[in-house]
Design a protein around this ligand. Structure first.
Ligand code: CUA
Length: 405
């Protein structure tokens, strides 16, 4: 009927056809009941009739339902096909379900707890579950697909307008099933590209902003390219030949040297550069100076991701709160350094939540289970060391038990 109709239109059409047929049958049955009531009322038919067989009625109630069922099948099959046939140019997103959250991973390694996709682009969702069966359900896109542990399933959709749409879990999966929600954010192509290329939940590097706002980068490049001053790339510990009072000397670019180069730039001048940098001694607050030195010393080190984002992207916050409230697992607030009653199997024990304990609780959560809680957390052994470090850093920051080890 609509050869070029979208999957959404096909699904709606199938619903409409079935609904239309149902209404027609309802009207037919109710109508004939009323008509029979009137037509065969005992005042009009004082003597009961005994009727046997009617070939045409029998043919009709065989043939008509056959047509009805065939029509329902036809439209249902068409919509099913539309839902199962993924366009070749579809963008891939990997969906992971777990009790009780969704996470979305993109081809470039980006992960998110929100499904962000560009408008008018077909999107293929490859899904799996880490624990029990869930069901990925987006009413607005007319898709619902079970996610099954150890098995890959898929669905696809083509968002037609920008906006935010609800993602639900449509398969009962435990106490927090009703809260297993997420959002599909449909954005313009430009907005998506910017989001997609953006940092993978990186913590802001204040030093990087400062070297830009103080104008340092107009002479000192960050990427190794030539400028009026030496590049910042690989600066930390670099063997640097300086000229001091006309004499050449080789020194490593220590934090101290970097600090002196900012406050007294022309005293230990790097060989081959002119003494033209102004001193920042007067107009750079000590705090900014330290941040810049820090940035230059550690600029080769990848900045840690934001620990809270790692927790939220991996669905941890669906069960663990960070403000002390109880969801479905112990809150993470004040966990670092706290003393905990745990069970190793059936044996009760007391441990201090230090770095080793927390790492073990993430990678092998069934080993020591906090007293009063069920061992329902799946192991998170796919987190990178960087992610784990970031999480520990974050947990330390929301803990009042200062002394740790
Ligand atoms: Cu997951 Cu219900």
């Amino acid at each position: 009927m609509y050869p070029e109709a979208s999957a959404v239109q096909q699904v709606d059409l199938a619903f409409l056809v079935i609904f239309g047929i149902s209404v027609a049958i309802l009207a037919l049955i109710t109508g004939s009941m009323l008509w029979f009531l009137w037509r065969y009322h005992h005042t009009r038919n004082p003597k009961a009739a005994d009727i046997h067989g009617n070939l045409w009625v029998e043919i009709a109630w065989f043939v008509v339902p056959c047509f009805i069922v065939t029509a329902m099948f036809f439209y249902g099959w068409k919509s099913f096909q539309a839902l199962r046939t993924v366009p070749d140019d579809a963008m891939d997103v990997r969906v992971t379900a777990r009790m009780w959250s969704w996470s979305f991973a993109y081809d470039n390694g980006k992960t998110s707890d929100t499904l962000v996709v560009p408008v008018d682009t077909p999107v293929k969702l490859s899904m799996t579950s880490l624990d029990v069966i869930h069901s990925f359900y987006v009413p607005a896109f007319r898709i619902k697909m079970d996610t099954v542990p150890g098995m890959d399933t898929y669905a696809w959709f083509r968002p037609e307008e920008e906006g935010e749409f609800d993602i639900l879990c449509a398969e009962y999966c435990g106490v927090r099933h009703a809260y297993m929600l997420a959002t599909a954010r449909i954005v313009s192509r430009e907005e998506f590209d910017a989001w997609y290329a953006g940092d993978k939940a990186m913590a802001p590097a204040p030093g990087r902003e400062l070297v830009q706002s103080y104008g340092c980068v107009s002479c000192h490049s960050l990427d190794g390219s030539e400028g009026l001053g030496p590049t910042f790339q690989g600066l930390a510990g670099r063997e640097t030949i300086i000229e001091e009072n006309g004499r050449a000397r080789t020194i490593p670019a220590s934090p101290d040297y970097i600090r002196r180069s900012i406050t007294h730039p022309n005293e230990e001048l790097v060989q081959g550069f002119a003494p033209m940098m102004p001193s920042y001694e007067q107009d750079m607050p000590a705090q900014d100076l330290e941040r810049i030195v820090d940035f230059l010393v550690f600029s080769d080190r990848e900045p840690l991701p934001d620990g809270k984002m790692v927790l939220s992207d991996n669905g941890c916050l669906a069960c663990h709160s960070t403000d002390g409230s109880v969801i479905a697992a112990p809150s993470l607030k004040d966990i670092f350094g706290s003393v905990r009653q745990v069970r190793a199997g059936d044996e009760p024990r007391q441990v201090r939540a230090d770095r080793a304990y927390i790492l073990e609780s993430i990678v092998d959560p069934g080993k020591l289970v906090t007293e009063g809680w069920d061992p329902i957390m799946p192991p998170y052994d796919t987190l990178t060391q960087q992610d784990l470090d970031a999480v520990l850093e974050y947990l330390r920051s929301i803990s009042s038990h200062a002394e740790e080890q």
